[in-house]
Write a protein that binds this ligand. Sequence first.
Ligand code: CA
Length: 694
Amino acid sequence: MRITISLGILLTLLSCGEELRLGSSAHIEQVTKEIDDEVLINAENRPEDWLMYGRTYNEDRQSPLKEINTGNVKDLGLAWITELGTRRGIEATPLVVNGIMFLSSTWSKVHAIDTRKGTIIWTFDPQVPKYYGEKVCCDVINRGLALYKGMIIFGTLDGRLIALNASDGTKVWETLTVDQDKHYSITGAPRIVKGNVIIGNGGAEFGVRGYITAYDAMTGELNWRFYTVPGDPSEPLESDALKMAVKTWSGKWWEYGGGGTVWDAIVYDPELDMLYIGTGNGSPWNRIHRSNDEGDNLFLSSILALKPDSGELIWYYQTTPGDNWDYTATQPLVLSDLEIDGQSRKVIMQAPKNGFFYVLDRTDGELLSAEPYTYINWAKKVDMKSARPVETEFSRYNKENVTISPGPNGGHNWHPMAYNNTTGLMYIPVQVNSFAYGHDPEWKPRSKGMNIGALTNEKNPTRDDPMSPENMEQGVLLAWDPVKQQPSWSVPNSAFPVNGGVLTTAGDLVFQGTADGRLMAYRAQDGETLWEYNIGSGIIAPPISYEVDGKQYISVAVGWGGGIPSLWAKATKTLKPGAVYTFSLGSDEPLPEKNIKAPGLTQLTFLATPGELEQGRLLYSEYCLTCHGFMGMNGGSIPNLAYSSEAVFDMIEDIVLEGAFLEKGMPNFSDRISAEEVQLIKNYILYSASQMSK
Ligand code: CA
């Protein structure tokens, strides 16, 4: 395992007769230029590198490295930390080639890091306008990059696709992939498929129509686009697939966008030459508003196989027909060959939000099995004859508010799972959670902010779930046997449902970060805890492993935030600045004591009647809650206003009505909130702070 310089570089070194300084732009150019389709298809043969989002085209996040193993993982220690200059969520999977790491961070910034020293080589800031913070559901995050022929290619929060020179971070090309007047965003990693960059987008909570696009990787020119849901049927439909899909819709869905955004899973199978994508939820959530409560609404919440050269549909499987719950099927897709009933099957596997673990034959989309991997109450089972879920009688919450499991956060979300083909187990970061859905017949979409149309209606009775397990808020690392469709082992990893993505290695190990700030190593076979390291700040991103100069490393990007965590709460006492943490055997660097302090709001007096406080609470719920969270919770990565400092509190009028904190991503609300209303909100904040200190 000593050969870390590839043959190509060796020849270059010999031919030019001088040493190429590691980490120099000439070195980076050499080691990234050779990453072409052939190298990507054979990424399995480069155990020292992590060349693609899911490591290989299978996206199983299984590293063949085993220097770190069950016997010595206890000696794993901190090698270096690189701070990234952010305090918001980091969900990214880094890429590594020949010891050079590429990583995306908040506001779609990209860093190149020399892993030999832990230093930043270059940073590229695409200058995403900060008002975009309001146009996304789930923090200003980015999940990853693509590496191809000397370029780093990534999407930006405001919907651009950008190619950089990997050697120095200068721009090669840039193209706009969305209508920026609509609430589209890109948070997912693009994938390289046969010279194309494939990218989707998000925004189904804000009323958009989903699609995926293939751009020429060398020039950024558009090659094809596939829409996942039909548009206005009075206009020509873009594909034969949509001519079939349109029959499953009703009402005026196109006025609400429809949804079906492809915001995460995009996987290519070079052997079958098929491109698989996962599609998102309906827009709005409640099918009553979207489609007169009729039809399957293809291709929402589906796994689709497309021809990579044309975007033509080959097959589809819809996990949640007529989605009503934000049950996206955008969760990571993993390819493998499994022995099922004595036959080797080429499968595609997914644990989407709806709580069922699916195994499909990826040659034709045939459902091979589907079993619940977490507690669910919206469906009884998946019927194998019709390949459809059998819904419970209360699942559609039209006449009553219903507490449904899983909630919109999903039994599993974007946090990558990992498959180990030695143990034959899939390691899934499961989120145990529920949500009270309801129907308001008077609901109307608004022009700004989220439009989900599924919140509880005070006029309706509420139905709780007497069958639900006692602990309905927790994260669990689940080792799932995809052949038997049953759990092998599981460990509760924190009291907070959202934890980190997963890595598995040939050292019989599983690595995962937790909401309560620990990086964990488990034995892959039986889940025994073998090592833990307390970072002290919640982890949501997945770790990766790679090798430099003959030594194996584990790296994870740490930055508490993302969908739920940025809004609601943190599970650690402290929050730390966003950073990459890297570990190796025998290292023992000290962990710096550097916390983001949560300032306390001192006791300011206020004068308000109970009625005014209630008005303040309603205004807070409408405009502030989705980012700043419930008042008095301990605060996520976006400040909980009850903890504001007096100095900031004094500025609230400027912040809300003048856009004083626009640069931080706080919108200017002067088009929606009056000065009197700001005062009502301020009093409500002060009231909440006074209640907290009791
Ligand atoms: Ca969604």
